[in-house]
Design a protein around this ligand. Structure first.
Ligand code: HEM
Length: 407
């Protein structure tokens, strides 16, 4: 089949359950120019080079042909994931001051006990059931609760985030459809509503320091200064969305993969100390972020012998790079004990995932609790129904039959 239809086939919902053969085709083609003038890249070494190349921008506004995806909303500037240095670095540093080392070195580790308690509570609530949905009953509520606690969002408001965040994710979905304008409109409205809500929570904390990053943003500025009110709104929305729409897929893809590999499930039940390595393998083998659609060439750039012209969109298929046989031994094999595993699950370079330490411990705790406590779990449907997005890929539901819940 012709190269210019590859991206259509990758985004085609019919291929959502198993896009990996398409990625193998992509790697064979090197760089694949699509009919709309964008370029798909799928080999490990090309992706790594582009992620570290300052001639490659994360700011969509550098595109010569706009892609119709709304990055700005009235009163809310582009968040730092969509900006280049030095502006990206300044905003990322301000956010990091309240999230990790050196200033907030213990914030994430200190959440270990709380995350375990949330996971246990969710599993306790399944007692008496013989059928569960891993997504609705566990993998979705866990990260939403965790990110709301991390930011310091009042608990009673947590349910509001599901509808907002679903609208936002639909807005960045590049799958061609009948009414993209309507999806964009709904995404912008959700972004504004969420931004105002989070901005108000932060305002209420001003001068009254308490737990959570929103309070820290307004009460504890670091060496890079503080956010303006609009910057705070955009950053808080970014953290909230990035913080759970990805983790839900890591947990669900993880459980699905373990159920498809019963020997791995058994091994992890016997030796839960292997879980950190198994989570790294899941990030390589079934990554929640399959591709990065927002890079743009700032000048003509040569990639694998092809000149990508200035202003052209570059789509980096991370999930393909992480299955490249030129980089990983036996890449289509799930090996929870794999050692040499420098995957692209969290990206690479200056934009590499800000929340990786949190995502890692959430997934480790979640999968340890699920493998330990679900008795005789069995997949009801394989493949399960998938969510629409080809970027943030994972099952919409994962129905399981279980024989009970262990204490
Ligand atoms: C399994 C869970 C997660 C996965 C697979 C994931 C994956 C990624 C990837 C691939 C990127 C790179 C984007 C790019 O280069 O354009 C990224 C960036 C980012 N992630 Fe995550 N992420 C996860 C969880 C989280 C969590 C829990 C948070 C917040 C607490 C978070 C916050 C961010 C932010 C703010 C960025 C932008 C970084 C920058 O532009 O400098 N992520 N993530």
């Amino acid at each position: 089949m012709a190269a210019d239809t590859l991206f259509r086939r990758i985004t085609d919902y019919a291929n959502r359950a198993n896009p990996y053969p398409l990625y193998a085709e992509l790697r064979e083609q090197g760089v694949a120019r699509q009919e709309d003038g964008s370029y798909l890249v799928g080999t490990y070494h090309d992706i790594a080079a582009l992620l570290h190349d300052p001639r490659i921008s994360s700011d969509r506004r550098n595109r010569t042909v706009p892609d119709g995806i709304a990055t700005e909303a009235p009163g809310m500037p582009v968040a730092f994931i969509g900006l280049d240095d030095p502006e990206h670095e300044r905003l990322r540093n301000i956010a990091m001051w309240s999230f990790g080392p050196p200033h907030a070195a213990t914030r994430i580790d200190a959440m270990h006990g709380e995350i375990t308690a949330i996971a246990e509570e969710l599993i306790d609530a399944l007692r008496g059931r013989d059928r569960i949905d891993v997504v609705d009953d566990f993998a979705y509520p866990l990260p939403v609760t965790v990110i709301c606690r991390l930011l310091g969002v009042p608990r009673e408001d947590e349910p509001r985030f599901r509808a907002w965040s679903e609208a936002l994710i639909a807005g960045v979905d590049p799958t061609p459809d009948s009414d993209p304008a309507e999806r964009q409109r709904a995404a912008v409205a959700a972004r504004i509503a969420m931004g105002h809500y989070l901005g108000e929570v932060a305002d209420n904390r001003r001068g009254k320091p308490c737990d959570g990053m929103l309070s820290a943003f307004v009460n504890d500025p670091g060496p890079d200064g503080s956010f303006t009110r609009p910057e705070l709104m955009s950053t808080a929305v970014l953290l909230l969305i990035a913080g759970h729409e990805t983790t839900v897929n890591l947990i669900t893809n993880g459980m699905l993969t373990l159920l498809r590999h019963p020997e791995a499930l058994e091994l992890l039940r016997r030796e839960p100390e292997l879980m950190p390595r198994a989570v790294e393998e899941l990030l390589r083998y079934e990554p929640p972020v399959q591709l990065l659609p927002q890079r743009t060439a700032l000048t003509d750039v040569e990639v694998a012998g092809v000149t990508v012209p200035k202003g052209a969109p570059l789509i980096l298929v991370l999930a393909s790079g992480s299955r490249d046989p030129k980089r990983f031994h036996d890449p289509d094999r799930f090996d929870p004990t794999r050692r040499d595993n420098q995957h692209f699950g969290f990206g690479s370079g200056v934009h590499s995932c800000f929340g990786a330490p949190l995502a890692r411990i959430e997934a480790q705790i979640a999968l340890t609790e699920l493998t330990r406590r679900l008795q005789a779990p069995r997949l009801v449907q394989d493949p399960p129904p998938y969510r629409r997005s080809p970027i943030l890929r994972g099952p919409r539901h994962l129905p399981l039959e279980i024989a009970g819940i262990k204490a």
